[in-house]
Design a protein around this ligand. Structure first.
Ligand SMILES: [Mg+2]
Length: 284
């Protein structure tokens, strides 16, 4: 019997094309997966406003993970049991895991970080033209991307060695830096892997998918960048997307790991179809 299958997927460069953010060519495949009861849970460094917009466009109606594991949004109508520790926010129950933006900003104003700050250009302080250049986004999409609650995107203008030193001192303050496909992000110590674990352990969520224990769930994680490693290493199957012009992400795990040949979005479909379990479910 095929167990409950959940796909945790990054968006940029994984489900969405890195340059054009296109996904429409694989919509029929996504429909097929949904119709067979496979859950697709986006997990991105994008913020709530951006992911909600994309999720509605794709036609997904389940939970999603925002800002690199900082919070999990579960639509109220998708769940009978209120998740433990959930906060109410509009149409959603929210599990907050990350450090709030105000706290991050307060922490980095300390004098210990003053020297590092000279090499940082925060996205929020750029001109609209620069913001558009560095994010690859325009108008409404750009505005949505600025509506973040758990981190500050930035570009680093110093050396790699100095950045490593900065990362170390941030860790001591409960902060970290992760590299997305385009920008770096200053955040708390949250990760996509931790958020994935949190959601799977939530009884309210287990209720949505009608399972009594984690044993009944099979997971697939899909990603393309360093910040996806935490979920790629712990899922039952890992799908790694190739990014144009970059070396394919290397995983520690050896088993049940699949690399795409094509880029997103086609690479997402192509590689998932290499997994026997997916083939089996789609063939029934
Ligand atoms: Mg990505």
């Amino acid at each position: 019997m095929v167990k409950n299958l959940i796909i945790f997927t990054d968006l940029d460069g994984t489900l969405l094309n890195f340059k054009t953010f296109e996904f429409r060519s694989i919509l029929p495949f996504i429909e097929d997966l949904k119709n067979r009861g496979i859950k697709i849970i986006p997990s991105s460094s994008k913020c709530f406003s951006e992911i909600e917009h994309i999720v509605k466009d794709i036609g997904l109606n389940g939970p999603f993970i925002v800002e690199n594991g900082s919070a999990i949004y579960i639509p109220k109508n998708a769940i009978k049991q209120i998740p433990i520790n959930a906060m109410e926010e509009g149409e959603y129950w929210v599990l907050k895991l990350g450090t709030e933006r105000e706290i991050i900003n307060k922490k980095i104003r300390q004098k210990d970080f003053k020297d590092y700050m000279r090499f940082i250009l925060f996205l929020k302080n750029m001109t609209k033209l620069q913001q558009s250049y560095y994010t690859g986004l325009k108008s409404d999409s750009l505005n949505r991307s600025l509506d973040r609650k758990y981190g500050e995107p930035f570009i680093w203008m110093g050396s790699k060695e100095y950045l490593d030193e900065f990362k170390k001192s941030l860790n001591e303050e409960g902060l970290s830096i992760f590299s997305g496909a385009r920008l770096m992000h200053l955040t708390g110590l949250n990760s996509k892997g931790d958020a994935m674990r949190e959601l799977l352990n939530d009884h309210g969520f287990q209720n949505i998918i009608n399972v009594d224990s984690l044993e009944d769930i099979t997971t697939i994680a899909c990603g393309d960048s360093e910040n996806d490693l935490s979920m790629l290493e712990i899922a039952d199957y890992a799908v790694v997307l190739r990014l144009p012009g970059k070396n394919t992400l290397k995983l520690k795990r050896k088993s049940n790991s699949f690399n795409s040949i094509k880029v997103a979005p086609e690479g997402w479909k192509e590689t998932l179809l290499e997994i026997d379990l997916i083939k089996k479910i789609l063939d029934t």
